[in-house]
Write a protein that binds this ligand. Sequence first.
Ligand code: SME
Length: 164
Amino acid sequence: MTVPARAVAPTLLQIDAVLSRLHGRPALQEVCRFLHESFPTYRWVGVYRLEGDALVLDAWEGPEATEHTRIPVERGICGQAVRENRSVVVEDVRSNPDYLACFLSTRSEIVVPIRDGGAPIGEIDIDGNEVKAFDATDRAFLESIAAKLAPAVHAAALEPRPPG
Ligand code: SME
């Protein structure tokens, strides 16, 4: 368990505060930064947005950039989460044949859909450096956050993309 029970409600209030002052990609970026800073096992935190048949990386925070800035929905754990419209927790990425490697240090991953009207429009993707870094507590916590992010994801879709 990464998130102590006592941290859940205050964190959700802080996310609300972020989303009341920032919109679009800057809001997603600040949510990524805040989660990465607050929970040490969240080693890399990103938000992908569904654009046609691909997931586009809109914001991330972590020690390294990923080469997977655009992931076809038929690929990876990221693709699986939107295809199946459910949260996916991978306890050990080394034993998951669908895993798309980003960082040598990654051992586990959690991907949580961001939905609008029940349909996935994006996702939160978090990598951990320990096997079984994420459990049902993380899933419930991140699903609560994802439920707040649809407006920011929609707004990000309308913003010009930075080069690269
Ligand atoms: N591992 C992901 C790709 C994205 S990186 O973790 C940043 C996957 O298997 O879809």
